[in-house]
Design a protein. Structure first.
Length: 100
């Protein structure tokens, strides 16, 4: 198994404060999608992070076979599939230690 730290970058820096109704629905679907992946064992943890420098981002720790599977899963995220300008920055981890 491979582990990745993924930073979900919203479409704009003030997104959490200025999202439209349609964008709010996409964010709800995004959260639901990540929760499904958590329940399937593809994600170890996920959640929103407030950046004191402004804005915020999402954090997800993926546990997948390889980068190809990671790319497939992130591309199916409703926020990514909707092509609204959101993206994932993915960083391979040498190892992941966590408490069960």
């Amino acid at each position: 198994m491979a582990h990745f730290f993924c930073k979900f970058i919203p479409p704009r820096n003030d997104f959490l404060k200025t999202m439209t109704g349609d964008e709010a629905q996409l964010m709800k679907a995004h959260g639901g999608y990540l929760q499904e992946l958590l329940e399937q064992g593809k994600i170890v943890a996920h959640g929103p992070v407030i950046d004191p420098q402004g804005g915020g981002f999402g954090l997800s720790l993926f546990e997948v076979e390889d980068e190809t599977e990671l790319s497939k899963l992130t591309s199916h995220d409703p926020m990514i599939a909707a092509e609204v300008g959101a993206r994932y920055d993915a960083f391979p981890m040498i190892q992941l230690r966590y408490r069960k």
